[in-house]
Design a protein around this ligand. Structure first.
Ligand SMILES: [Fe+2]
Length: 228
């Protein structure tokens, strides 16, 4: 009778291989979820999706300059891409309203960071990004929402998203208004440094925005005062 004895080295190697396979499957699934959510934003409003992709690139550049560790950059990217996913819970008639909003409509729009958090937190591996999304409308002086957090109590990634989101909103065209020039948007970022925005993040972001404006200028062969 032959007795097959298990080789412990072989067993642990195949176990490690299996763990690696499962990890890869998990990452693949997580990336698919992020892409699907981004697609959802595109379907909701094309500009929002494109805007999110651009924000993600800027957020990564700023995060690296602020020495956020490489292993945390995925959460930065997801937060920048999907921080507004909660807008799916706000009716289009309010989101796209050209005229002034009523207090009730404003209150409903202001719920979107909580909606974003409530969606993203359900996915294993996106918990950190969900917190960054929750706080992306906090102001440095504590006057923002939803928690009224102040200064460095606001997660750094949320402070980054806040600055680049505001810049992007200022320079983008909307159906009801023309976007501001790069120079004017930077002037407004600086004017609100220390109140709405973290001045350190603004200082780090300005060269990134300058580069973006120069690239657009080079690509379009037009003035940098044209919208991005
Ligand atoms: Fe937002």
């Amino acid at each position: 009778m032959s007795v097959v004895t298990a080789n412990p080295l072989f067993e642990s190697a195949s176990l490690l291989l299996r763990v690696k396979e499962l990890e890869e499957q998990h990452l693949e699934f997580r990336n698919s979820v992020v892409c699907a959510f981004n697609q959802l934003l595109d379907l909701k409003d094309l500009n929002t999706g494109v805007h999110s992709t651009r924000l993600a690139e800027w957020a990564l550049r700023v995060a690296r300059k602020l020495n956020i560790p490489e292993e945390q950059l995925y959460q930065v990217e997801v937060a920048a891409l999907l921080h507004d996913i909660g807008k799916i819970g706000v009716p289009d008639a309010i989101l796209k309203k050209a005229g002034p909003l009523t207090a009730e409509e404003r209150a409903l729009i202001n719920r979107h960071p909580e909606y974003s958090w409530s969606i993203l937190r359900l996915f294993p591996g996106l918990e950190q990004a969900s917190l960054y999304a929750l706080h992306h409308h906090e102001n440095f002086d504590g006057t923002g929402y939803p928690a009224g957090l102040k200064a460095h109590d606001i997660p750094l990634v949320s402070r980054i998203v806040s600055v680049i989101d505001a810049y992007d909103a200022m320079v983008s065209n909307r159906c009801y208004r023309q976007g501001l020039s790069h120079d004017e948007a930077v002037r407004r970022l600086l004017a609100s440094s220390g109140t709405q925005f973290d001045s350190e993040v603004v200082q780090v972001f300005i060269p990134v925005a300058e580069q973006e404006a120069a690239d657009v200028f080079a690509a379009a062969g037009t003035s940098t005062t044209a919208v991005l």
